[in-house]
Write a protein that binds this ligand. Structure first.
Ligand code: ATR
Length: 281
């Protein structure tokens, strides 16, 4: 049976093993998919042990998506443009890196949630691994403008430089957010609310109108504060990252196994689980 795993830190609560097990069952492909705790310093050694144990494919999550770049012998176009890797595939004993986050997000927003991204003025909060992953796909989907802000401004500048679209993508300081006008799409790609229950940054309500869709790339408890802000600000949609999670997983599954699973039943199963988790709170 071929072995796959998601690496990250923390990783214990990852839903990826359940998602890939469900995809495997649905498609009749036998696989083992586990969660492995690794930090940036330990990733190289953890991947070596994984390969020695028969590992052939891996997903990467916080905080490893940028660190993994250096461990890849080849990069796919999406990973190269994003400067961020969420999927590793072993080819001739070497890692090939790809990124399915961006296409996963765009599929979820356009397919599942019926959003038309074309011409949308978009604010991206966060330029870490996941922010980098989604930015090129948003531009490809036809958004009109991308403003990137990040707590550490140099990372926003670096992302915008890497995107190479000076006409459409710009970085701004967080402190200047109230001078940026309003947005059709506001995306939270920060990990600020992970492991806690408050957002320790401020967002002006001027950022949104009744047309704005707000999207948190986190899911579960970590998405609650931003989505509460979005609802309180009168946004027309407040969408969490569960759908993107399932779609990016389907993208990885397709890279590894050559066929795309049906994501709807898996999304529905997790959504039920997500709701029951919160109703118990
Ligand atoms: P991921 O893979 O989830 O993107 P990451 O690469 O560690 O993880 O990036 C985390 C993102 O959340 C970064 O944009 C980070 O900002 P910095 O680059 O300044 O570290 C952002 N972030 C984390 N905690 C935050 C906080 N309390 N306020 C604002 N941004 C925060």
């Amino acid at each position: 049976m071929s072995r796959y795993a998601v690496f990250g830190h923390p990783i214990a609560h990852s839903l990826s093993p359940r998602i890939h097990a469900a995809f495997g069952e649905q498609t009749g492909i036998e696989l083992s998919y586990t969660a492995i705790d690794a930090d940036v310093a330990g990733l190289g050694a953890a991947l070596q042990r994984f390969v020695a144990d028969g590992g052939v494919g891996a997903n990467l999550t916080l905080p490893l998506k940028q660190a993994a770049l250096a461990l890849c012998a080849q990069l796919g176009e999406r990973a190269q443009r994003a400067g961020s890797v969420n999927t590793l595939s072993l080819r001739d004993g070497q890692w090939h890196g790809d990124n399915t986050d961006g296409t996963g997000l765009v599929r979820d927003l356009t397919g599942r949630h019926g959003l038309d991204l074309r011409g949308r003025r978009t604010l991206l909060l966060g330029a870490g691994g996941v922010g980098r992953g989604v930015a090129p796909a948003l531009l490809d989907a036809g958004i009109a403008e991308l403003i990137v802000v990040n707590r550490t401004p140099e990372r926003a500048d670096a992302l915008v430089d890497a995107l190479g679209e000076p006409g459409r993508a710009h970085s701004r300081y967080w402190a200047d957010l109230d001078q940026q006008g309003d947005f059709d799409l506001v995306i939270n790609a920060t990990s600020a609310a992970r492991g806690g229950d408050v957002l320790d940054f401020k967002l002006p309500t001027l950022l949104t109108t009744a047309r704005t869709a707000a999207v948190d790339l986190n899911y579960g408890e970590a998405a609650i504060p931003f989505l509460a802000w979005a609802r309180a600000s009168g946004c027309r949609a407040a969408i969490d990252g569960l759908g993107m999670l399932v779609e990016q997983a389907a993208g990885s599954f397709e890279l590894w196994h050559g066929l795309r699973p049906d994501t709807d039943p898996v999304y529905a199963m997790l959504r039920q689980h997500d709701a029951s988790l919160h109703s118990a709170d």
